[in-house]
Design a protein around this ligand. Structure first.
Ligand code: ADP
Ligand code: MG
Length: 232
């Protein structure tokens, strides 16, 4: 992606609509949602279960198409792109962290972080060095060869974060990333995410129910009737 500079948000969701068919009728989940994510800014998305947080994150991450509206990445509209072009943007510009780590169980922490870079076509030697650097940065310098089952919940999530940022994305989307963790571990994982925003100037959107963590972020938004509302 071209560097958007300071004039364009990293991600801009404009007038996003998303409906699901439900029996005879339709269920409206997003109804004109509008949200800009800026480089170096962390945004908490705090809204009840079923209000459309995951749907919004999937649309922002180009994992799902809206029924109408436009997703701009670095100021460029994405609805005109082919599937291959969308996939390419997902690989290089977007990092995604889920509630469950979704690491590949047969691979080590290091290999899990290397994979997205290998898929992108970076030389193996470079991906090893870079992956070790990121894992060490997230406090996992002693865990390179561990498989996911040999890691604690907090460590698994930090490996998942390392994997998400391995290709130095412009935006990091996290869907209740601390939802499965005890409060102390949640603080640690959250700290890792905040540290990354400051260090890399990534734009970050985190769906969370944790008000205490949301309170530490730059901005808080919610979903109300399918639209984004600013909190505070
Ligand atoms: P949240 O992440 O805030 O809990 P979701 O975005 O997962 O909310 O879902 C919002 C609503 O959309 C829920 O009521 C859910 O049941 C519905 N929904 C999500 N995905 C689908 C789908 N593929 N088909 C039908 N309904 C869906
Ligand atoms: Mg959800």
């Amino acid at each position: 992606m071209e560097q958007g500079g300071n004039d364009a948000p990293v991600v801009f969701l404009n007038d996003i609509h998303r409906h699901y068919r439900q029996g005879e009728g339709t269920l409206t989940i997003l109804n004109g949602a509008k949200l800009a994510l800026w480089a170096g800014q962390s945004v908490a998305l705090v809204a009840p279960s079923g209000s459309g947080k995951s749907t919004l994150l999937h649309i922002a991450g180009l994992l799902e198409h809206p029924d109408s509206g436009e997703v701009y990445i670095g100021g460029a509209p994405t609805s005109v792109l082919s599937d291959a072009e969308r996939t390419q943007i997902r690989r290089t510009d977007i990092g995604f962290v889920y509630q469950s780590h979704r690491l590949l169980p047969e691979f080590s922490a290091l290999e899990n972080v290397m994979l997205p870079q290998m898929i992108r076509g970076l030389p193996r030697k470079e991906t090893v060095a870079r992956s070790k650097e990121i894992l060490a940065y997230l406090g996992l310098g002693e865990r390179f060869t561990h498989r996911p089952a040999e890691l604690s919940g907090g460590e698994q999530q930090r490996v998942a974060i390392a994997r998400a940022v391995a290709n130095a994305p412009q935006v990091l989307l996290a869907d209740e990333p601390t939802g499965n963790l005890d409060p102390h571990t949640a603080d640690h994982v959250f700290g890792a995410l905040m540290q990354l925003v400051k260090a890399t100037q990534v734009a970050m959107l985190i769906a969370t129910h944790n008000m205490q963590l949301a309170g530490q972020m730059d901005r808080r938004v919610s979903l109300d009737g399918g639209q984004i509302v600013e909190l505070d």
